[in-house]
Write a protein that binds this ligand. Structure first.
Ligand SMILES: [Mg+2]
Length: 270
């Protein structure tokens, strides 16, 4: 009995987004799916490699052979130097004395026109869900860099609302709840009817979980944060409520009764 008092069914249901789904179904309230960008809709690794090519091209007079320089940066990306590829690269070339150079490399990287494309399942999911849900985008990172990605992927006409947390001011990046509250407000949707799909458990799910959103983590095969441990914040869970590998699995998460008819298991060959 005491366990029941400490763990009432409503708490379990709320934690797992069941009440939210029920509320949305019963009330026929418009619901919304909000996506992260990097490693959710397109491979972030491709953005990095595109940036290395742009930097190698722009600074060929200092960095030498363009193809060789870009190849070395790609190699460094797969080492423990991933977060400081340019520092390490300039160090190897004996150019680390030029402190202004690394700044210019980073500026070129962040402002280059990226050669990136959506994951095919993301492209299909955006088309499919645009018929039934409002769609939003919340992304961290330098605003100009994220906007360049959004433009390269031709995302603006496919979303009802896009929020770059960098434009909200300092300190409002994920996991701060401001962008999530703004998104629900902008879309005119109850928080319990919002779904957030993202890849990085270290920061992506803390705020939407606390606000009563449904949260879904996507594990991309080459995702940079695919193994990131979940954040913990004041007792609020940082782990997503659902896990998927591809966005065509999202339909089953949002509407399990339709995607998995009674008597059929998730692995039924039909
Ligand atoms: Mg991401």
């Amino acid at each position: 009995m005491s366990w029941v008092l400490r763990n009432p069914p409503w708490r379990f249901a709320l934690r797992h987004g069941l009440l939210a789904v029920l509320f949305c179904d019963v009330m026929s309230t418009a619901s919304a799916i909000i996506f992260d960008i990097d490693d959710t809709l397109y491979p972030e690794r491709d953005y990095a490699f595109s940036g290395f090519a742009a930097v190698a091209e722009a600074f060929a007079d200092r960095l030498g052979d363009v193809r060789e320089a870009a190849a070395r940066m790609r190699e460094l990306f797969d080492t423990e130097h991933r977060r400081r590829v340019f520092d390490r690269f300039l160090d190897e070339r004996g150019l680390s004395e030029d402190t202004g150079l690394v700044r210019r490399l980073i500026e070129t990287y962040r402002t280059h026109l990226p050669a990136i494309t959506l994951y095919p399942d993301a492209d299909q999911a955006l088309t499919r869900f645009s018929r039934t849900h409002k769609l939003g985008l919340i992304t961290d990172g330098p605003a100009r860099q994220q906007q360049a990605k959004i433009d390269a992927l031709e995302l603006p006409p496919r979303f009802d609302a896009i929020i770059l947390t960098d434009e909200l001011g300092s300190g409002f990046g994920k996991p701060h709840p401001k962008s999530f509250e703004m998104m629900a407000d902008r879309l005119g949707v109850e928080p319990g009817c919002c779904v957030y799909v993202a890849d990085n458990a270290a920061k992506d799910f803390l705020a939407p979980n606390a606000l009563g959103w449904i949260t879904v983590r996507i594990h991309r095969a080459e995702g940079i944060y695919r193994d990131a441990p979940a954040a913990e914040g004041g007792g609020v869970a940082g782990a997503a409520q659902h896990d998927i590998d591809r966005l065509d699995q999202l339909d089953a998460v949002l509407n399990p009764s339709v995607a998995r008819p009674r008597g059929l298991g998730p692995t039924d060959p039909r």
